[in-house]
Design a protein around this ligand. Structure first.
Ligand SMILES: [Cu+2]
Length: 160
């Protein structure tokens, strides 16, 4: 974890949230990369005001991809399921591949909640390299996915 934060600090600006938004594509040219990192920006969908970003990082040492998601502009204290979906565009309508989980409440596996400021943070991790998959990140209206209105995407970003 310490190593990851240091690497992010070297790559660019580290926000107080812990998410780093710096140089895109931080693979090193001179040495074999121990880690592949990508920053994905999420834009509002369906007339919403939410936006955000995600940092995906694959470790060649562990073989695991970790994803940190931060979304702002949400209605405070509302639930918003979020997933990595299969597909290479926000209109792909692909199946859910990996869910996000909230950083605080581990019991709510499929939903994440915006705080009093309308900010939601969540994470995901999975075996394998994100860079070899076609994925996009969807944040849904919520609070569940039981109806089309609730499943409606309010923020999206494509993992390139
Ligand atoms: Cu989804």
């Amino acid at each position: 974890m310490t190593k990851r934060i240091l690497a992010a600090a070297a790559a660019g600006v580290v926000l107080t949230s812990g998410l780093a938004f710096g140089t895109l594509g931080t693979a090193h040219a001179a040495r074999p990369a121990l880690r592949t990192t990508e920053i994905v920006m999420l834009h509002a969908e369906n007339g919403g005001k939410a936006s955000g970003g995600a940092e995906l990082s694959y470790s060649t040492q562990t073989g695991i991809t970790t994803v940190s998601l931060r979304v702002s502009g949400l209605t405070p204290m509302t639930m918003h399921p979020a997933h990595l979906h299969i597909g290479n565009s926000c209109t792909a309508n692909g199946a859910v591949k990996y869910p996000f989980r909230p950083l605080i409440d581990a019991s709510m596996m499929m939903s994440t909640e915006a705080d009093a400021n309308g900010v939601m943070m969540a994470s995901s991790s999975f075996s394998g390299n994100f860079a070899t998959q076609k994925l996009y990140i969807n944040v849904h209206q919520g609070p569940t996915l039981k109806t089309a209105a609730q499943a409606k995407p309010i923020a999206c970003g494509v993992v390139m």
